[in-house]
Design a protein around this ligand. Structure first.
Ligand code: HEM
Length: 137
């Protein structure tokens, strides 16, 4: 949640500061994997997006293989995975279409849906942990 929140905060800054096309290529910026001053903000946005993607997918796998998982957490974590993959693909389209207004708006909308699913998954996980502690006492 912390990584995702920071990613969305940074996305808002990129948009408001007009830095959306400082790195015009996808998936990497013109100088490759390494960061550079020129593309730093966009580079951090993409790194945070990749980290978020890995964390969201790992959470879904953990929720699916845990026998004690409730259906609710399986659904929210799977939806989060669908949204994170859509969101990263959409990020590429936003760049390709040179920040098409509709796509930027959809990018924000899916980001909010993704945040909601990650928040629900976190809340369900805390509830599961509390319940399993209560049954052990
Ligand atoms: C989990 C993945 C991602 C999330 C949650 C996310 C979230 C956001 C958010 C909330 C904004 C601000 C939108 C606005 O204020 O209207 C934004 C902007 C932006 N994002 Fe992402 N993003 C993700 C991945 C990516 C990826 C992979 C790329 C490109 C490779 C990308 C490219 C952009 C660009 C270019 C903007 C600025 C658009 C503009 O200038 O108006 N995003 N992002």
């Amino acid at each position: 949640m912390i990584v995702l929140y920071s990613l969305m905060f940074l996305g808002g800054y990129i948009s408001a500061a007009g830095l959306g096309l400082t790195c015009p290529e996808w998936p990497l910026c013109p100088n490759g994997v390494m960061p550079s001053e020129e593309y730093l903000i966009e580079w951090i946005h993409r790194l945070a997006a990749a980290t978020t993607g890995a964390l969201v997918i790992a959470t879904m796998i953990a929720a699916l293989i845990n026998k004690n998982s409730e259906t609710k957490i399986r659904i929210t974590s799977s939806l989060a995975t669908v949204f994170v993959i859509t969101q990263i693909t959409l990020g590429a389209l936003v760049i390709d279409t040179k920040l098409h207004a509709v796509l930027v708006a959809v990018h924000l909308g899916i980001g909010i849906l993704l945040f909601s699913m990650v928040l629900l998954t976190t809340l369900f996980a805390f509830r599961m942990a509390r319940n399993s502690l209560a049954t052990r006492i």
